[in-house]
Design a protein around this ligand. Sequence first.
Ligand code: PLP
Length: 390
Amino acid sequence: MRTLMNTYNRLPVSFTHGDGAWLFDADGKRYLDALAGIGVCSLGHAHPAVTKAISEQAGKLLHTSNIYRIDLQEKLGDALAGVSRMESMFFGNSGAEANEAAIKIARLYGHHEKRVDIPTIIVLDGAFHGRTMATLTATGNRKIQAGFEPLVTGFVRAPFNDMAAINTIAHNNPNIVAVLLEPLQGEGGVRSPAADYLTRLRALCDQHGWLLMLDEVQSGNGRTGSYFNYLQHGLLPDVVTTAKGLGNGMPIGVCMARGKAAQAMHPGNHGTTFGGNPLACAVGLTVVETIVQEQLAQRAATLGERIRDNFRTALNKDVVKEIRGQGMMIGIELHRPCAELVSKALHDGLLINVTAGSVVRLLPPLIFSDEQADILCDKLSRLINAEHQT
Ligand code: PLP
């Protein structure tokens, strides 16, 4: 620990192995994983198809370079085009890198298509887009930005779920070229905007020639009940980013685009050494195929609803402000801060997260069984109800 940079207040546990939705520590204690590495291991731990893809590809070829064609990258691009209806992909290694690519696309589009001098992107309060300088600037949380000034220019912030505010910006700022947002905020407290917000935003983007750029780093890959969340809104964005669940633990991220946004990049504009290497793409391809073949997005929709219903019945109404989310992205907002629930749950053999101070965030693997869902509801309801009995 002494040799690790002081970036995390780590919980006092280290896992030795996993099996599906269970994790085990060195003493053999087992933990029900209702967080999946913060929305990453959607197929659970040690999924046989993922293990096979990694070991087979590791025996063949790990890395070449993006200066050569990479067959598996092209295959993963095709598979993602099929599930996203996007046309063109740039592969990186993380969500932040995928968002960096999106921001760079918006700037190229702004300079070359819209011919504005200071291409500017609208971002939202409560957003989380990553920890690089540009993505932490886009993030709507002062705590994440503090100390890292000067921030990157070229962003304006609007309140969450407020179309009137976006209209005002449209009226006053001729430099806007894009809007970047999560269709369902994760880190910001599992918050969805009004049902018609995204369609209204799509119409406004069309009216002004702005790019609609959706960050589905957390909400993508089946988690919210469709392969990508926007597919439930009957619209297509211009740019979509995803990462987390795409690799099930293998670092991979992708920025996907269509139309004019897909034509913004040219050789020399952007690049990466590791992004989209054969190993990462072999795993990504297996993950996409497994999510589609095993209909895990549909499973996420029904199981997520069942979990929310169970909590609605089990949780004390005086304690809980709101139970919300979509699919297996679940938020339970309490009336008061509840960070201490994380260690209490850990002690009880359950892995959860608390975000935005008072929101219990659950991102269980999509392969969760009904029985595991019941264990989760049971353990967590007892903890939450007991916590606030006083
Ligand atoms: N965007 C969203 C919506 C996220 O939830 C995250 C990570 O939590 C990121 C971007 C950043 O992804 P990464 O940590 O892989 O850079």
